[in-house]
Structure formats: structure tokens, C-alpha cells
Design a protein around this ligand. Structure first.
Ligand code: ADP
Length: 228
């Protein structure tokens, strides 16, 4: 379970990116995070993988008290929460295989065990036949699938995707959505920041909307209710 209690974030330049957010996301949910550019979506997601820390309020993610995380617990949180970005962020001089294996090397597992896991996640994103390609030899959609493979390599309980289809054509975006749906079907909590109304309409899930740092709407899959 993810719980935010009265969470606010003000950046050093004085911008109030989030203002008193209260939110509970249960394990296994699929949640869209929507809102205009600058409404605070990325900031909210950054707080969940501790790229940023809140200026006020409490965040708990399963066993982690994110505010009071000890230094050695940060890598544990990052294995618990996988992240995918709009711009993929693959390492350009590593092959697709190496990009994913690299993420697993920190575990100290044997090469054989790492290979098995890399191939498993490559099959999940349907790219087992392109593992030896470099990122610039892959389409945007394929690069994003590699980035997803890397994000799920540690079998995280939560997957955060910050506009994962933002740079993709509609067909590739649809493929990415199908992969995220499959990851969700296996029990992973998925939180997806998006502007892609077509996907939101076609694949209905709980939808949380931010406006100028405030949570203005929390719409359940089967209907919505306004935040009072
Ligand atoms: P969104 O993801 O919805 O586009 P963001 O969370 O990126 O929104 O940004 C929310 C607000 O915080 C914006 O006004 C943005 O300019 C500001 N902001 C984001 N990151 C930083 C930062 N590192 N330093 C200062 N201001 C920031």
C-alpha cells in the first residue's frame, strides 16, 4: 500500500509543486496520474522513488517509511519501485541485453542467474530476438520496452511510468500499454503519468488528476467522485 498524508513539496526556487496531497493506493491497483503540464505529476512520482523528498507530510510505501529511509534502505526501495521515463534513459553504449543485465549486477547474482532473469523479462516485453542491438538500432517503442524490462528486472512490487508513451507513435504507445496491462495482471501496482486520453479511455483504470499541485479529482474505474 502507498499512503501519502498531507504531502507538500516546495522546490528551492519557491515553486509549490504539490500542496497537501492525501492519497492511498492499494497493492495491485492500476492508477493513471493526469493533469496539465506543470501540475505536479512528475514531482509526485519522484517522491515515490525518492528522487525528491517532501517538504511536509508523510509517505509510506509498504514496509518503507520514505521520509525516514536510512541510506542503506534507498537501494532496497529502488528495487521495490521500478521506474520508466518518457525518454527511456537507456545507456547508449550498452546493448539491450547489457542495459538490463547491468541493473541486476548489483545483486551479486551469478551470470547464469542474471542471464535467466534478463531473458525472462525480455520475453515479457517481446524483445528476446533483439537483445544484441544497441539502443540507437531500436525504434522508440522497442527502446521503451527495453526500459520496461530493466524496470521490472528486480520484480518490483510497484512500477512507476512517467509518460511512458509521450514520445511514441500511437501504435507503439498501444504496445506499451498492453505490456503495462500484462505487468499489472501479474499483480504489480502500476502508476502511470499520462496525457494520452485515448489510452485512458480505452483501458479504464482509477484516474487521479492534479491541478496546480492539488489533487482535484479521484475517479474510480466505474465512476468518479469529487474530492471535497
Ligand atoms: P508535471 O509532471 O505535471 O508536468 P512537475 O512535477 O514536473 O509537473 O512540475 C510541477 C511544478 O514544479 C512546475 O511548476 C515545475 O516548473 C516545477 N518544478 C519541477 N521540478 C522542479 C525543480 N527541480 N526545481 C524547481 N521547480 C521544479
Amino acid at each position: 500500500m502507498i499512503q501519502l498524508q498531507s504531502v507538500s513539496k516546495k522546490y528551492g526556487n519557491g515553486v509549490q509543486a504539490l500542496d497537501d496531497i492525501n492519497l492511498v493506493i492499494q497493492s495491485g491497483e492500476f492508477v493513471y496520474l493526469t493533469g496539465a503540464s506543470g501540475s505536479g505529476k512528475s514531482t509526485l512520482m519522484k517522491l515515490l522513488y525518492r528522487e525528491e523528498i517532501p517538504t511536509q507530510g508523510q509517505i509510506t510505501i509498504d514496509q518503507f517509511n520514505v521520509n525516514r529511509l536510512r541510506r542503506r534502505q534507498v537501494p532496497q526501495l529502488r528495487r521495490h519501485v521500478g521506474v520508466v521515463f518518457q525518454d527511456f534513459r537507456l545507456l547508449p553504449n550498452l546493448t539491450a541485453y547489457e542495459n538490463v543485465a547491468y541493473a541486476l549486477e548489483v545483486t551479486g547474482d551469478s551470470r547464469k542467474k542474471i542471464r535467466r532473469r534478463v531473458m525472462q523479462v525480455m520475453e515479457q516485453v517481446k524483445l528476446a530476438h533483439k537483445i544484441n542491438q544497441y539502443p540507437d538500432e531500436l525504434s522508440g517503442g522497442e527502446q521503451q520496452r527495453i526500459a520496461i524490462a530493466r524496470a521490472i528486472a528486480h520484480d518490483p512490487k510497484i512500477l512507476i511510468a512517467d509518460e511512458p508513451t509521450g514520445n511514441l507513435d500511437p501504435e507503439s504507445a498501444l504496445e506499451i500499454q498492453h505490456i503495462l496491462e500484462a505487468i499489472h495482471d501479474r499483480g504489480t501496482t502500476v502508476i502511470m503519468g499520462t496525457h494520452n486520453d485515448q489510452l485512458v479511455d480505452r483501458f479504464p483504470h482509477r484516474t487521479i488528476t492534479l491541478h496546480r499541485g492539488q489533487l482535484i479529482r479521484d475517479q474510480a474505474e466505474g465512476g468518479y467522485y469529487e474530492i471535497s
